[in-house]
Design a binder for this molecule. Structure first.
Ligand SMILES: Cc1cc2nc3c(=O)[nH]c(=O)nc-3n(C[C@H](O)[C@H](O)[C@H](O)COP(=O)(O)O)c2cc1C
Length: 168
């Protein structure tokens, strides 16, 4: 097993990529050797001793690149310390309450149970209407999710700091 830490993500409009970059930055500042990559660009996990995987949530689902990564690498992930995060709810309040209590989309829960992640976080996301198409704007209204950037950088930094502490 290698010595690097992989922070990997699936994004549509970039909000989740920026969360992954922030996590990577915190881990690097703690002296860890970190690589931040979109999920579809990761080969195998041999070079990595730990993995942080996150996805944007659309209509209750992870992006397909993150779901595919989780399923395809189940065995290697189960052998390493893993942290999972979702970048989802817009609006204020506890993000887990806003997702009606889930920490990962239900369909992925059995895979997550086998991998046994150290933690699964739900972070507030960012819905930028300027980037959205007509259908997405309509869907956002339909699920009563407000537009705007609700990312909680303090919560993200605190979560990454706990990961750094666990890996040092
Ligand atoms: C059409 C649409 C549907 C969404 N559905 C959900 C959802 O079901 N649950 C949720 O928590 N967030 C939902 N969101 C919010 C996004 O997940 C959030 O804005 C995320 O941070 C976007 O990440 P990205 O820029 O990396 O793609 C939705 C956003 C849009 C535009």
């Amino acid at each position: 097993m290698g010595s690097r830490v992989l922070v990997t993500y699936a994004t549509k409009y970039g909000a989740t990529a920026e969360i992954a970059e922030r996590i990577g930055q915190v881990l690097r500042q703690a002296g860890l050797d970190v690589e931040v990559l979109p999920a579809e660009r990761v080969g195998n996990l041999l070079a990595y001793k730990a993995v942080v995987l996150g996805s944007a949530v659309y209509i209750g689902q992870w992006r397909k690149q993150a779901a595919a990564f989780l399923k395809a690498n189940e065995k290697a992930l189960a052998e390493r310390p893993v942290w999972l995060f979702s970048s989802g709810p817009t609006g204020t309040g506890d993000p887990v309450e806003l997702t009606q209590g889930w920490r990962i989309p239900k369909g992925l829960q059995p895979v997550a149970d086998r991998i046994k992640p150290r933690d699964m976080a739900v972070f507030h996301g960012s819905a930028n209407v300027e980037k959205m198409n007509f259908l997405e704007k309509w869907m956002l209204k339909n699920v009563k999710a407000p537009a705007g950037d609700f990312r909680d950088w303090e919560a993200i930094t605190a979560w990454a700091t706990a990961i750094a502490d666990a890996l040092k």
